[in-house]
Ligand binder design. Structure first.
Ligand SMILES: Cc1ncc(COP(=O)(O)O)c(C=O)c1O
Length: 379
């Protein structure tokens, strides 16, 4: 047969051509390979510096003999455990391969070419990607003080708006909107527009803020059938590598999400780990305490150095290094510290640093201090 030369860009779905893939944090092994470093602190992906609860590791070990079996495709026990934890019904839950999968599935359920999906400037990068992949028009609403301007988002709703993504706290900025702002917003969104409230960092926010400063989305599900709340086991529960998250909402919408997800989207180990993790809230308390101490440690050091940051309710901080941010990033890598540059978010003067252990935080602080000192000498 003759080989036919095909330019696949001519046959690929047009909306796929413009998709800019999500940029993950640099893996430790990559930096070690590149720079021959032995000691590296990865503070680039908002991961849990304490790892996972020991009970999770034991549960996974017990289950290793089941590796050849398919997982429970309905995630019955995980959903039952979650439903009890959240005081909702199991039918109100969909579980996903990370909450990331669910964020994308919602776009597939509700939007297509000609529709609009709203999200805030500087909001989590997966929202514009999800809009693009389904051929919908992503509408980026200008931010206010680096965070969501919910009034402006309300004003941006048109007849074409199908979906609104909100992150509270937002990644990468760490900003939150208050209970009052949230209630005012959700009460005015038309019922045929779906609101996805992404609460990937809720545990950290609740530990750092008062009830007035932060609203828990689950409390609004009974009164707002157009609301979906997504959460993850990747952060406070320390299960990022297993990929498991969930979405809660009204039974009917959740049914549509379950209808299109892959049959075994959450693997057995992720399900078992998530159940164990939920049952060990003592571990989460330790994680949250460490985060608060680490946040203070880094903020105090930044204050001494005269470096500004965006107030954050998450497990990370956006620090303002002005024109030097990328240069500082490169020098931090050379010192064995991986943080996240944010040019792809239009935040090129910032570096996002995840809160790590006391030792990792100090590694970052010491490296930053000496970098800024040597740069000031070069001026
Ligand atoms: C705001 C936000 N939402 C969702 C996710 C996705 O998390 P996962 O897919 O690991 O559940 C992340 C991950 O960084 C995030 O920052």
């Amino acid at each position: 047969m003759n080989e036919i030369n095909i330019a696949y860009c001519d046959v690929v779905q047009p909306q796929i051509l413009g998709v800019h893939p999500y940029i993950p944090g640099k893996p430790v092994s990559e930096l070690q390979r590149e720079l021959g470093l032995t000691y590296v602190s990865k503070l680039a992906s908002n991961e849990n510096p304490l790892g996972a609860s020991p009970s999770v590791l034991t549960a996974i070990q017990h289950e290793l003999k089941e590796i050849a079996r398919y997982p429970d495709g309905s995630a019955y026990t995980l959903k039952a455990t979650l439903a009890e934890f959240l005081s909702i019904k199991p039918e109100q839950l969909a579980v996903g391969n990370g909450s990331n999968e669910l964020l994308e599935l919602v776009a597939r359920v509700f939007a297509g070419p000609g529709d609009e999906i709203l999200y805030s400037q500087y909001a989590f990068a997966v929202y514009p990607i999800s809009a693009q992949v389904v051929g919908a028009t992503g509408i980026e609403v200008p931010a206010k003080n680096w965070g969501h301007d919910l009034q402006a988002m309300l004003a941006a709703i048109t007849d074409k708006t199908k979906l609104i993504y909100l992150a509270n706290p937002n990644n990468p900025t760490g900003t939150v909107f208050s209970r009052l702002e949230w209630e005012d917003f959700i009460n005015q969104v038309p019922k045929n527009v779906i609101v996805v409230l992404d609460e990937a960092y809720i545990e950290y926010a609740q530990a750092q803020l008062s009830d007035d400063e932060y609203a828990n989305g689950i409390d609004y599900l009974t009164t707002h059938s157009n609301l979906l709340v997504s959460r993850t086991f990747s952060k406070a529960y320390g299960l990022a590598s297993l990929r498991v998250g969930y979405m809660a909402g009204c039974k009917e919408i959740i049914q549509y999400i379950n209808q299109i997800r892959a049959p075994f989207n959450v693997n057995n180990y992720a399900q078992i780990a998530a159940i164990s993790a939920l049952n060990d809230q003592g571990f989460v308390e330790k994680v949250l305490l460490l985060n608060q101490q680490g946040m203070r440690q880094i903020k105090d050091a930044l204050a001494t150095l005269g470096v500004d940051s965006i107030p954050s309710a998450g497990n990370f901080l956006c620090i303002d290094l002005g024109k030097e941010a990328l240069k500082v990033n490169q020098k931090l890598l050379e010192e064995g510290v991986i943080v996240r540059p944010l040019s792809n978010y239009g935040l090129s003067q910032f570096l996002r640093v995840s809160i790590g252990t006391q030792v990792e935080n100090q590694h970052f602080i010491d490296a930053l201090k000496s970098i800024l000192f040597s740069m000031s000498k070069d001026l």
